[in-house]
Ligand binder design. Structure first.
Ligand code: ADP
Ligand code: MG
Ligand code: MG
Length: 252
């Protein structure tokens, strides 16, 4: 059992004009076995939510709480969050020159499990995970994300997800910049991860098209720094037809 609980989360960033509140009271509970989609217009604060859960230093939490199985996530270092079972795939994955994919993944796995994976099976597992996401074995020797295309970065993240087997995955615009083939592969990777039934997924997206391949249990409309409405998968269909206009107007 695992539950990620976000309660009345307020987050600010520092701008030239002083602090600016971006998240204005986000409340959301993701239980294991559940896939939640957060959908909202550009600039509504979706990535800010992901960064805040990840512990990015630029985002200052001014109120509310985030807990994983009752543990205070906001008090944890970035490493501790990963060890606790959180996985965060960012909209713009960072490049890590000089660190190979194979070493990066092994270090991450070791940190999470508390012991290094056995080398022989690990190399096989890495290549299988890369292959399942349409990346050939040569990627394991390349520097993390360096020179990767947008699609290759996303494929690599989903390979990571399935290797590391976190409790809860937060995926920020995993679908952006993907062609239809890559979208299918990446969606299958997320579905494979979610299949176990004991995993939580928070899928952040701007477009409804990924929801043709990943079926969310819950859909949340995110506007102006908070959840404006929550519903089932049918809410995504309504958004596809009607867009965000009415929610944006109501938030003004
Ligand atoms: P989304 O992911 O929904 O498109 P973001 O979370 O990226 O939205 O951004 C929400 C708002 O916060 C935007 O107006 C953006 O310009 C602002 N913002 C985000 N990060 C920063 C930052 N580091 N400094 C200043 N403004 C920021
Ligand atoms: Mg955006
Ligand atoms: Mg974003």
């Amino acid at each position: 059992m695992s539950t990620l609980e976000i309660k009345d989360l307020h987050v600010s960033v520092t701008t030239e004009d002083g602090p600016k509140e971006i998240l204005k009271g986000v409340t959301l509970t993701i239980k294991d076995g559940e896939t939640h989609a957060i959908m909202g217009p550009n600039g509504s604060g979706k990535s800010t939510l992901a960064y805040s859960i990840a512990g990015h230093p630029k985002y200052e939490v001014t109120g509310g709480s985030v807990t994983l199985d009752g543990e205070d996530v906001l008090a944890m270092s970035v490493d501790e969050r990963a060890r606790a079972g959180l996985f965060l795939a960012m909209q713009y994955p960072v490049e890590v020159p000089g660190v190979s994919v194979a070493n990066f993944l092994r270090t991450a796995k070791t940190a999470i499990d508390g012991e290094a994976p056995k080398l022989r099976t690990w190399v096989k597992d890495v290549n299988t995970a890369l292959g399942a996401n349409g990346l050939d074995a040569s990627f394991s020797q390349r520097s993390v994300n360096e020179g990767f295309s947008g699609g290759e970065k996303k494929r690599h993240e989903i390979a990571q997800l399935n290797l590391l087997q976190p409790k809860v995955a937060v995926l920020d615009e995993t679908d952006s910049g993907l062609d239809i083939d890559a979208l299918k592969v990446v969606s299958e990777g997320v579905n494979t991860f979610a299949q176990g039934g004991d995993k939580g997924v928070l899928l952040i997206t701007h477009y409804t098209r990924i929801l043709r391949y990943i079926k969310p249990d819950f859909v949340h409309v995110f506007v102006a720094g908070k959840v404006a409405e929550s519903g089932g998968a049918e809410l995504a269909e309504q958004l596809e037809a009607e867009g965000y206009d009415k929610y944006v107007a109501a938030a003004r």
